[in-house]
Design a protein around this ligand. Structure first.
Ligand code: HEC
Length: 141
């Protein structure tokens, strides 16, 4: 039961993609679905957390860190990257951010650039922003 929300939400995203008129490519749908599974279950050999630990409800609503700090949703994340990150002192892509969360939030081994695992996570997170206008450097919802 614990992981039901992400599965339910991913079903909503697939229909969102279909209704936005994008061709329902089965490879892309599989990447989104595999990414959703990783999002909910994969700990990347870290501290036992998953993306879902902090970015709850599949990332569509506001999140919360284990120490109770409120964090924004991922609902428009794919529209606002690339973005300058003052802490990093450079422009980060969505891939950089996701790898950063694996490294920091999960204390795990980040998936390699170019790997299927990273592509699948990017596909899932990007599916949350389907239909929203690009707003590079913008604020998270
Ligand atoms: C321990 C809590 C924690 C975990 C676990 C975590 N994150 Fe994050 N994440 C954060 C925090 C805090 C921020 C906002 C601050 C920052 O940029 O680091 C963030 C920001 C993000 C953003 C940028 C959101 C935006 O619009 O600015 C994305 C995308 C993201 N996380 C994806 C992921 C993914 C994918 C995973 C799983 C691999 C994950 N996170 C795991 C805490 C976490």
């Amino acid at each position: 039961m614990k992981f039901m929300p992400a599965i339910t939400f991913s079903a909503i995203f697939f229909s969102a993609i279909a209704s936005a008129g994008a061709a329902p490519d089965p490879h892309l749908e599989k990447a989104i679905q595999d990414g959703s599974q990783l999002y909910s279950h994969q700990t990347f050999a870290g501290n036992g957390r998953t993306c879902e630990t902090c970015h709850v409800n599949g990332g569509v609503g506001p999140g919360k860190t284990p120490d109770g700090k409120s964090i924004p949703s991922l609902a428009n994340a794919a529209t606002i990257f690339p973005r300058f990150n003052p802490k990093a002192g450079k422009v980060l892509t969505l891939e950089d951010q996701i790898r950063g969360c694996v490294n920091g939030g999960l204390q795990g081994t980040p998936p390699a650039y170019g790997s299927d695992v990273l592509s699948n996570l990017v596909s899932y997170v990007t599916s949350l922003s389907q239909g929203k206008p690009i707003a590079m450097g913008g604020k998270p919802e």
